[in-house]
Design a protein around this ligand. Sequence first.
Ligand SMILES: Cc1cc2nc3c(=O)[nH]c(=O)nc-3n(C[C@H](O)[C@H](O)[C@H](O)COP(=O)(O)O)c2cc1C
Ligand code: SF4
Ligand code: SF4
Length: 373
Amino acid sequence: MEKHYDNLLIIYCSGTGNSKRVSEWIVQEAQSRGLKIHVSSYHQFNPDDIAGFKGKTLIGFFSATHGFNMPHSMLKFLFTFKLFKGSDVFIGNTRAGMKLSKLFLPGLSGIAMYFPALIMLIKGYKIKAMYPVDLPSNWISLHPGIRRKVVDSMVQHYEKLTKRFAAKVLSGKRVFLKSFVLLPLDILVAPIAIGYYFVGRFILAKTFIANYNCNNCGLCMEQCPTQSIILEHNRPYWKFTCESCMKCMNFCPERAIETAHSMVFLLLFVLIALVNPYLSAKVTDLVALLFSGSKLAFESLYFVVQWSVALVFFFLGYKLLHYLMRFPRINKIITFTTLTTWKFWRRYKIPSRVSANPHVSAHSDVSAHSQSV
Ligand SMILES: Cc1cc2nc3c(=O)[nH]c(=O)nc-3n(C[C@H](O)[C@H](O)[C@H](O)COP(=O)(O)O)c2cc1C
Ligand code: SF4
Ligand code: SF4
């Protein structure tokens, strides 16, 4: 088989294992071609591990999609990445696919590939491919985990397609078709991606709680790729830096991590029904005073004020909730009013299969790791 590249470097960002597994499928294809390979999670990547790379390198960045964008920490990683300038790069993302009867339906990437591709292009890399993989959604705050049978069938289906993609990109071919199929919809949701990036993700970070089953084992804190869980008053507390990757929630051995649905609905209700009308009146007065009642000034100012207040409001609401969770009775009420606590609300795990490849170890579904193969 003709060898187009000498080395393959894949850096992934994965909460519940989808993007990590896809990276491993690509690695398996590369191994059959005798390339030197390194695959690592972005938060464990050490440039010393690829000191032995000589010759032509293909670099792949594979990431989960969060709010129609690449997660913030992975984008930050891309901004600072400067190894092998001028090399060929591919950008991949896993997104929330679905299966209806025998039909595999795609998720929606938004700007999750175009924006990182633009960053790398500006930095002087050559974009050889963009490729989405529609694995089951892991967004357990929104819906119960997908059934094992459906997960298995989707994983099998997309393993074949991903390996076909890998064969092409490793042969030096350009692969863009699948990434542009939903372009009109991707453009349509781009404003939501921006809203999610600047506001949504911070609000979501303040929706996680540890219920009365938590025994303070500390594993969620150890496993979090962004070090976003700390102990406050002897209970796990989620910081604004949490990216809602869902790793901790699916990993917790006590199934103690919940999305506080009742608290979210209550805060949203207070915000929309009581706080917003008050804000609107105040901003109207201010705009009348400063900008002679301009509609554009009102809308811009109201937008900024509304979302800034929402963030402060969720931060304070979360502090209060965290304080109240100390009391066992209140803890039980809050726990039983979350949807995630009920048995039917499954957690998400991509199946761990023993790889046929002896160099790619079988490992826990959600533990991120770095390995040279
Ligand atoms: C907070 C959050 C936001 C998400 N946003 C999107 C999205 O905008 N579009 C999409 O198709 N999937 C979305 N998903 C689904 C995940 O991207 C998808 O399940 C991905 O394969 C998870 O990869 P991982 O297991 O490597 O973390 C979202 C999931 C989470 C938790
Ligand atoms: S992993 Fe679960 S049980 Fe352990 S500290 Fe975190 S929430 Fe508590
Ligand atoms: S706190 Fe949990 S959901 Fe948030 S980034 Fe860390 S592991 Fe992911």
